[in-house]
Design a protein around this ligand. Structure first.
Ligand SMILES: [Fe+2]
Length: 281
């Protein structure tokens, strides 16, 4: 049994000193998905992000095409207004750092861009964002995203489309790909980017969310951005479906956090097949 990966200790999900260590050792040294270039349509309109108490602003500097070219995107630190390193992928996703301590984009994600090639991220216009706080640690939500053992029980509507029987997670350096049905590998693109971003593309829709730690290790801010080929009823139908799944995860995380905080459970082993994504995280 010694070769099986184990969960993190429960106390790590409730500890302020551990979070301060995570900030320095992980969050200041990582890359974050801000969104596709279409998120930054209007020149000068600043979109604010806050990752581990580092506020950053991203915006379009110039141009009048429907969406900005890579050189028309700027990302700055909100406090110092100094530019931050960012990278626009060939198919239109913007990633950024929050400090100078991160390695280069290609060192951080050496094999990500070939996988992103199959989606043109400029084809799904930005529709809506939604943010709120939850009573759970940021790692509680990431643990849940990285496995689908909970899906059949927690997401009855999602499981109709993607039966969890086939679900696989393929781990790469600093990201994981979720494959809902190996027989249809091109049906959707579901990615987790270490430490706290996701991208979910399927049908005409696309969503991305950031699991943002607050200074309280028991509270996390969830930030969702939604995109869709269509506006109006078709978008609203998609939005209703994905919000339902998100609220099911939210409730599950609050309950899991209660259990982590009671002090009864410390740690356990992970299923090597079904929880390989959690082990990688
Ligand atoms: Fe879930």
């Amino acid at each position: 049994m010694s070769e099986l990966a184990r969960t993190l200790p429960a106390s790590w999900y409730c500890s302020s000193p551990l979070y301060q260590l995570e900030r320095r050792a992980v969050f200041l040294k990582s890359w974050y998905l801000l969104g596709p270039v279409t998120r930054f349509q209007d020149v000068g309109e600043k979109v604010e992000y806050e990752i581990a108490q580092q506020a950053i602003l991203a915006y379009r500097t110039s141009g009048d095409e429907p969406f900005p070219a890579p050189e028309e995107i700027e990302v700055i630190c909100a406090k110092t207004e100094q530019p931050l390193r960012h990278h626009v992928t060939p198919t239109g996703l913007i990633f950024a750092t929050v400090s100078d301590e991160a390695p280069s984009f290609h060192e951080y994600f050496p094999d990500l861009e070939p996988l992103l090639q199959r989606v043109d991220f400029t084809k799904r216009p930005y529709r809506r964002s939604i943010n709120y706080e939850g009573r759970f640690n940021w790692k509680t939500m990431v643990d849940g995203y990285q496995e689908c053992l909970h899906c059949q029980y927690t997401h009855p509507s999602f499981s109709v489309y993607y039966p969890p029987t086939f679900y696989e997670v393929h781990n790469h350096q600093n990201f994981s790909q979720h494959i809902a049905d190996p027989k249809k590998p091109d049906d959707g693109l579901f990615l987790y980017f270490f430490p706290n971003c996701t991208l979910n593309v399927y049908g005409g829709g696309m969503s991305s969310f950031r699991v943002c730690p607050t200074e309280n290790p028991n509270v996390t801010r969830m930030e969702f951005d939604y995109y869709h080929i269509k506006s109006g009823d078709e978008f609203e139908e998609y939005f209703k479906f994905v919000r339902q799944v998100a609220m099911e995860d939210y409730e599950l995380c609050e309950k899991a956090q209660d259990n982590l905080a009671t002090g009864v459970y410390s740690e356990g082993i992970l299923n090597p097949m079904k929880e390989n994504g959690v082990a990688c995280f």
